[in-house]
Design a protein around this ligand. Structure first.
Ligand SMILES: Cc1cc2nc3c(=O)[nH]c(=O)nc-3n(C[C@H](O)[C@H](O)[C@H](O)COP(=O)(O)OP(=O)(O)OC[C@H]3O[C@@H](n4cnc5c(N)ncnc54)[C@H](O)[C@@H]3O)c2cc1C
Length: 481
């Protein structure tokens, strides 16, 4: 007989495992199904292992520039690539062990295998079509296996995978996805990165800092095209100073493969075609939801552009079925998946006053060098919405802490509603802005106005003072510039 639960979650990424913990906290009998790696893409092949690689690159950068800090390092600083990759993989393993521990601690049953919906309240778990990731921490002792399971509520949290362009499909050898880019067996001398979204630009930054000759090809007119135009232009200049070649409004039309290199035919904005030869290429043209082989069509679950359609509480059009995280559409970010998970579970558990998901208040962070972070409306979007705005700007070059850190290249931009003073958006580029942005996220969530921000005391000396100065600047009151 099928084992019955209150909630079953398919997929154990940041969406799935957070949903499982919240459901268990609310006293619901909960199971989570996973086919490949506990903790999902984020911990195993996404957010965390990339930050580990970027940290190695950052330390390398500081070591190479030690003399800027009055220090002498004898000899040349060299990367031991295997050790850099091993460190990143070790951290991924630690993360998936952590999720195993959390499942056990919260008495969530782990079911190992590939889930398919047979009814809106029933799944069949079969042997996984995927090879379990290595290294993988041991699974919790009580892990269950193949069989039929039923639940009052089923949450689909199956995540996403790399998108491929027809004719330029990754082959894992010469054309990489993020999977191969994260575990390079040897450092390429040259690299072409197709796509300058967060994933593409983080890898471009990592490889460039490690000494690789990097070219980025972006079809849109800006790097990191979702960011405020001024911030992406600022970041582009910094990347170019570091020696990155960036081609905007350019398109990889065709790729010829050699024995150990590729030649990309890149259509430039003036119509000319430039042939670029590189040892390796990373295809970073976005991700697509894992909606296949889940039984969605048979149940009539509505999908759109490769993702499951949900309301702002994670409900699909089929009663008892929910979707969260990457499979439920953009922005495809771990913290969006986690928040959606909590909102979805609290709503299905019948908690009162559950706040619907507000996508405008989801911050975005890119961990390139310099970092980029933002929340809310860009200047262009605010104008397109017909808002009357005030814009403040403050450069890192006028901030004492940034100068002391040797990180004086950055910019903070804030956007306010002229009439009400409400903070509509904040956009930052520079050192540690991925940590700083949370100040503005809290402010936006509390619907803060310029007045309250101006009355807030920011500690000195910190990079965060640039945030206050940007607010002051929007009202013609900047003190240090
Ligand atoms: C290189 C890279 C860097 C990133 N960096 C960041 C970052 O810095 N910050 C950020 O916020 N986001 C980042 N992301 C995005 C982030 O990883 C995702 O948004 C996040 O993992 C989505 O979580 P999820 O729970 O929706 O799905 P996932 O993490 O993708 O997890 C889905 C899980 O479902 C499992 N699954 C799928 N189908 C089935 C099935 N039928 N049966 C059983 N199990 C199944 C999969 O094996 C997987 O473990 C990055 C992504 C990549 C690729």
């Amino acid at each position: 007989m099928a084992e019955n639960y209150d909630v079953i979650i398919i997929g154990s990424g940041p969406g799935g495992y957070i949903a499982a913990i919240r459901a268990a906290q609310l006293g619901l009998k909960t199971a989570i199904v996973e086919r490949e790696h506990l903790a999902g893409i984020c911990s195993n092949w996404g957010c965390i292992p990339t930050k580990a690689l970027l940290r190695s690159a950052e330390v390398m950068h500081y070591a190479e520039h030690a003399k800027n800090y009055g220090l002498k390092i004898e000899g040349t600083v060299k990367a031991d690539l295997k050790a850099v990759v091993d460190r990143s993989r070790g951290i991924a393993q630690r993360m998936n062990a952590g999720v195993g521990f959390l499942m056990k601690k919260n008495k969530v049953d782990v079911v190992w295998g590939e889930a398919k919906l047979t009814k809106s309240n029933e799944i069949v778990v079969a042997k996984s079509s995927k090879k379990p990731m290595e290294p993988q921490a041991p699974l919790p002792k009580n892990t269950k296996g193949e069989g039929t399971y039923t639940a009052k509520h089923i949450i689909i949290a199956t995540g996403a995978r790399p998108r491929a362009l027809p004719g330029i499909e990754p082959d894992g050898k010469l054309i990489w996805t993020y999977f191969e880019a994260m575990v390079p067996p040897e450092m390429p001398k040259s690299l072409l990165v197709m796509g300058s979204g967060a994933i593409g630009i983080e890898f471009a930054s990592f490889y460039r800092t490690m000494g690789v000759d990097v070219t980025v090809v972006e079809v849109l007119p800006a790097v990191m095209p979702v960011e405020d135009a001024e911030i992406s232009a600022f970041a582009k200049k910094q990347f170019e100073k570091q020696g990155m070649k960036i081609l905007l409004e350019a398109k990889v039309a065709k790729v010829e493969k050699g024995a150990n290199s590729i030649t990309a035919h890149v259509e430039l904005k003036d119509g000319k075609v430039e042939k670029i030869t590189a040892d390796r290429m990373i295809s970073a043209v976005g991700v697509q939801g894992n909606i296949e082989n889940l039984g969605l069509e048979a149940l009539g679950v509505k999908t759109e552009r490769g993702c499951i359609v949900i309301d702002s509480y994670g409900k699909t059009n089929v009663a008892g079925l929910y979707a969260i995280g990457d499979v439920a559409g953009p922005p495809m970010l771990a913290h969006k998946a986690e928040h959606e998970a909590v909102v979805c579970v609290e709503k299905l558990a019948g908690l009162p006053n559950v706040h619907p998901m507000d996508k405008l208040k989801i911050p975005g962070c890119t961990y390139c060098n310099p970092q980029v972070a933002s929340v809310g409306l860009t200047e262009a979007k605010a104008k397109a919405e017909g808002k009357d705005i005030r814009v403040g700007r403050f450069p890192f070059v006028a901030n004492g802490k940034a100068i002391a850190l040797g990180e004086d290249q950055g910019l903070v931009k804030t956007i306010f509603d002229k009439k009400t003073g409400q903070l509509l958006g904040a956009h930052m580029v520079g050192a540690e802005v991925t940590e700083l942005i949370q100040g503005f996220v809290v402010a936006m969530n509390l619907e803060t106005t310029e007045e309250e921000l101006m009355h807030t005391i920011f500690p000195h000396p910190t990079l965060s003072e640039t945030m206050k100065e940007s607010v002051l600047d929007a009202y013609g009151r900047a003190l240090n510039a």
